[in-house]
Design a protein around this ligand. Structure first.
Ligand SMILES: NC(=O)c1ccc[n+]([C@@H]2O[C@H](COP(=O)([O-])OP(=O)(O)OC[C@H]3O[C@@H](n4cnc5c(N)ncnc54)[C@H](OP(=O)(O)O)[C@@H]3O)[C@@H](O)[C@H]2O)c1
Length: 307
């Protein structure tokens, strides 16, 4: 029997490498990564080049796949000038549209298509948690990107491929993503409360994200939009305190709003990334019986730092 394949579009980045690692460790699936760059294939992970916006030969990689997960998108960790804003939006909508068209052309389309979306689609929320049913959509550039991204995904009709959009919270993992700069700051005594510290941080451990893709694969009737976040978001002040405890450096310089904004400007990014309150919970998944290996951030930090 041919082995099963999973295709990770935009999978050369942090989340794709994390998923590829777990899929290779815990399944016998072959992993195919769609990337705009050439990479050497190794350890059951092969790379296929695509441009992220038009259907091409790479479509063959989708034939007969168990699952396609789209993670493509220009990083949001940059200054939001007009050119970057355009790239942030188009890299998400165009890659989504191209994958949809490619699926429609497949003889044997993937069984499941998971598209990344973002938990930042909800409004700044300190007062109550946002879930799929009662959450309120926010406004502004980042929210518009999320809306257009989901709209592009929902507009594509793939009768033989189940579709799931995941509103992903901040993924905590080893060797990339936000943990790298956070741990560095903590070691330097610079991981003090950011802004008022009351803004919530929604997060999810990378292993739970992998487990979620397996859960969605196994539950063959599930489709639609889900929040991919741990059930216990916490305020920035507590989040950073717990991080400092795990890193073992309790000294911390607090960073008032102006300093966060100045620092963000200095390193070429946006203060919104840490000042917006993302209080997002995974009600729909929990109702369906999905459980978290790392429901609290202490255990997530501990596992990542001790690994
Ligand atoms: N990590 C998180 O905490 C988090 C939270 C919420 C949502 N998300 C979303 O989940 C997705 C994956 O996140 P990640 O952390 O893995 O991001 P990442 O490390 O930046 O990887 C994203 C990948 O997208 C591809 N890409 C970049 N610009 C592109 C463009 N213009 N056109 C097509 N592809 C492009 C790149 O692949 P190549 O250069 O190899 O083509 C890159 O490796 C992103 O869309 C992100 O917004 C992530």
């Amino acid at each position: 029997m041919d082995s099963k394949t999973i295709v990770l579009a935009g999978g050369a980045g942090f989340m794709g490498q994390s998923l590829a690692k777990y899929f290779r460790k815990e399944t016998d699936y072959e992993v195919i990564i769609l990337s705009r760059q050439a990479h050497a294939s190794q350890n059951g992970i092969s790379y296929v080049e695509w441009d992220g916006k038009t259907v091409g030969k790479w479509q063959n990689a989708l034939e007969g796949a168990e699952m396609l997960i789209n993670l493509a998108g220009r990083t949001v960790n940059c200054r939001y000038n007009e050119e970057n804003k355009r790239q942030i939006l188009e890299s998400r909508t165009e890659s989504t549209q191209a994958l949809g068209e490619a699926i429609q052309k497949c003889e044997k389309p993937p069984k499941l298509w998971i598209n990344a979306a973002s938990a930042t689609i909800y409004r700044h929320a300190e007062d109550r948690a946002m879930d799929e049913e009662t959450g309120e959509i926010g406004s502004g550039f980042s929210v518009n990107v999320c809306l257009e991204w989901e709209k592009a995904f929902n507009a594509i009709d793939t009768p033989h491929t189940r579709k799931v959009a995941l509103r992903v919270a901040m993924i905590l993992g080893k060797g990339g993503g936000v943990m790298t700069p956070f741990v560095r700051l903590a070691r330097l005594g610079l991981a003090g409360t950011q802004g008022a510290g009351k803004q919530y941080v929604s997060w999810m451990h990378e292993y739970d994200f992998y487990r979620l893709t397996r859960f969605l694969e196994k539950h063959e009737t599930l489709q639609g939009t889900f929040n991919a976040s741990a059930p216990n978001p916490i305020p920035n002040k507590e989040f950073l305190k717990k991080l400092r405890q795990q890193v073992g450096v309790m000294v911390a310089l607090p960073q008032p709003n102006w300093l966060v904004k100045f620092g963000a400007w200095l390193i070429g990014t946006e203060a919104e990334l840490v000042l917006k309150s993302r209080r997002v919970i995974p009600t729909a998944l929990q109702k369906l019986g999905f459980t978290f290996r790392y429901p609290h951030v202490d255990s997530a930090f501990k596992e990542i730092l001790e690994r």
